[in-house]
Design a binder for this molecule. Structure first.
Ligand SMILES: Cc1ncc(COP(=O)(O)O)c(C=O)c1O
Length: 446
């Protein structure tokens, strides 16, 4: 257990050891942030005269002009419904939508485009799977395995499934540094486990799980695995076939795409076994008043109603954009910023880095500040134009294991810079306890 954040401890003098040296990283410089910033119109905004330092990318990433243009162009030139009209504009929209599916297929290394289901996001994908795959595979007395670091969106749907069918949720705990080992996960895979749902990367600490090994262990027990890739896809090239994932889900808005679109990848044989989650337009081959309803195959059987066509188009534009920047460059940039933040921010008196983000950097550095509520730290940083998330990050049970009321999460994107890390470090030197610390020292909300 990491020490409890002591809300009453005397504040250390943060400024006594203040240095104004520029922030450096063990991996040197990264020019990516400066190069791409101009592509993101929102980064030109100022708050109270200060430039926006956007470090809440794990919650949602900003959108490059390319993505905004793709959405506007779609509505301006190709808008109509898909797969429903026998006229050229509808054929065009259908083609554009299916091209977007193909782009996503390529981006995640899936074998067939029909393994890519467009959904509203990660939460929607996990709920879909819990209500279809889960109900198919899990019954009374069975078990579903998850890790101790799941976001509520990859925890509560499985918990509710277990409660409703009389199954048990087995939680493989993380260690004191916020890691889950493949061996501990394997040890939990008893004969009653029928399904596993694991996050690829923790949204609180940025810990990268050994998902490939975990999946291999699960498959030795014939247990299919759902991977929550919401925090992985924006930061690393993901190949679902290399991972041998049965299902892999993520949200478009965290990967520089639009809100309201996400992806549920499913291995073809498994996806085709799923019953429709919702029924309605677009899912059926034939409906009559006397015969049983005949459903079309996946992905359409899982995309009832009018899909988010412009969202899919925007997401494809985001993947094209990232592809052009190059994943090696993105990975190096990520590493540069994370290592720099761990060193620079972690050296501010009273600041502690939680977990071990430098072990395999993935854009997230979570900190706590001695004696100061995370909301007060968030408010202080905001006063300096710095946007971060403070609290439990929708992972209440994981944050509990660290004995803290919450953390302050710095989460980096492709447009962030070492100069911004420096601004965070300098701002943290002057943070003092505020209303939250004095009036709600142990209360949490988010
Ligand atoms: C690891 C993880 N899983 C799931 C989600 C839920 O994503 P969404 O709100 O886009 O459905 C998030 C969002 O923060 C996340 O970080």
């Amino acid at each position: 257990m990491v020490d409890l954040v002591d809300m009453t401890s005397a504040r250390r003098n943060r400024s006594s050891r203040a240095e104004s040296s520029p922030v450096r990283s063990a991996t040197g410089e990264s020019a990516l942030g400066e190069t791409v910033r101009a592509d993101f119109p929102i980064l030109a905004r100022r708050f109270g005269g200060q430039p926006l330092v956007y470090l809440d990318n794990a919650a949602t990433a900003q959108k490059p002009q390319r993505v905004l243009d793709a959405i506007v162009d779609h509505y301006a030139a190709a808008n109509s419904n898909v797969g429903r009209g026998y006229y050229r504009l509808s054929h065009l929209a259908t083609d554009v939508y299916e091209q977007a599916r193909e782009t996503v297929r390529r981006a995640i290394g899936a074998e067939h485009p029909d393994e890519v289901v467009f959904v509203p996001g990660t939460t929607a994908a996990v709920n879909l799977l819990a209500d279809t795959l889960g109900r198919d595979l899990v019954g009374g007395g069975d078990q579903v395995a998850v890790t101790g670091m799941e976001h509520n969106s990859n925890l509560l749907p499985w918990r509710r499934l277990c409660e409703s069918v009389g199954a048990e949720l087995v939680v493989v705990p993380a260690d004191e540094r916020g890691r889950v080992s493949a061996e501990d996960f394997a040890a939990a895979l008893g004969p009653r486990v029928k399904l596993a749902a694991i996050t690829h990367v923790s949204n609180v600490l940025g810990t990268v799980n050994p998902v490939r090994d975990m999946i291999a262990h699960a498959h030795r027990h014939d247990v299919p695995v759902v991977v929550d890739g919401a925090q992985a896809v924006p930061h690393r090239p993901v190949d679902v076939r290399d991972l041998d994932a049965d299902f892999y889900v993520f949200s478009g808005h965290k990967v520089y795409g639009p809100m309201g679109i996400g992806v549920l990848y499913g291995r073809r044989d498994l996806l085709h076994r799923l019953e429709p989650y919702q029924v309605g337009g677009g899912t059926v081959k034939g409906v009559s008043t006397t015969e049983p309803v005949r459903y079309v195959p996946a992905p359409a059987r899982l995309e009832a109603g009018t899909p988010h066509i412009a969202g899919a188009v925007g997401l494809a534009a985001a993947f094209d954009y990232l592809d052009e920047l190059g994943w090696d460059t993105i990975r190096e940039h990520d590493e540069t910023l994370v290592l720099a933040a761990v060193d620079a921010v972690g050296a501010v008196p009273g600041v502690r880095v939680v977990g071990d983000p430098a072990a395999d950097p993935n854009g997230i550095v979570s900190i706590v500040v001695d004696g100061i509520h995370p909301y007060d730290v968030g408010g202080h940083l905001d006063a300096h134009g710095i946007a971060v998330r403070s609290g439990v990050h929708c992972a209440n049970t994981f944050v509990d294991t660290f004995g803290v009321v919450g953390t302050v999460r710095l989460s980096f994107g492709i447009y962030n810079t070492l100069a911004e890390v420096e601004l965070v470090r300098d701002a943290l030197r002057t943070v003092t306890p505020g209303t939250w610390t004095t009036e709600h020292p142990t209360e949490r909300f988010l």
